[in-house]
Design a protein around this ligand. Structure first.
Ligand code: ZN
Length: 175
């Protein structure tokens, strides 16, 4: 619990100036709490290492956080999981998305659990609280891409996969 709360505080601080791309501009930390909550509630996973890595999963990709910093504060295992969750931002966005489809199955169990919960959280937003400028077709494309990623790691956690599928089935509500 101690490690988890420390991570929550750390992530809230690192992401403090970031908002989600949705119209309401939801604070970024809400996404991180949502991912951890999904893992616990829908995935039935309450392992502190996974939940802690879940709230930290975007710190390297989206803030100035370094691997050294995470290792020092949270240990090598959590740092490794966060690195597994981090896209290489020097690559083109299209390449990064394709890499997620191809590489996710080679990742650790911990990273795969977080990956599915991350996709659920994002898909929920794209369905019900989408980025202001996204067209219907962009939203549909996102859902199909997210499903490709989840399909590539099926068998990781039945509860999370069922939750993802239930959301994906709402696709036609977009129009
Ligand atoms: Zn995320």
């Amino acid at each position: 619990m101690e490690l988890f709360l420390k991570a929550l505080k750390f992530a809230a601080d690192k992401h403090k100036n970031q908002k989600r791309k949705n119209f309401a501009g939801t604070p970024y930390i809400n996404h991180l709490i949502d991912v951890a909550d999904l893992i616990s509630e829908k995935g039935g996973v309450n392992d502190e290492i996974i939940l802690t890595a879940a709230v930290l999963h975007d710190t390297i990709e989206d803030t100035d956080t370094t691997a050294e910093e995470l290792t020092l504060l949270f240990g090598g295992k959590i740092c490794h999981i966060v690195l597994e969750m981090s896209d290489d931002k020097t690559l083109d966005k299209k390449v990064r998305k394709q890499k997620q489809v191809e590489d996710s199955r080679h990742k650790s169990y911990e990273a795969r659990v977080i990956k599915i919960a991350d996709k659920i959280s994002n898909v929920k937003d794209v369905l019900y609280n989408p980025p202001a400028l996204w067209t219907t077709s962009r939203r549909r494309d996102y859902l199909f891409w997210a499903r490709e990623v989840v399909n590539s790691i099926r068998g990781t956690n039945a509860g999370l996969e069922a939750e993802f599928d239930a959301l994906f089935s709402k696709l036609d509500e977009i129009g």
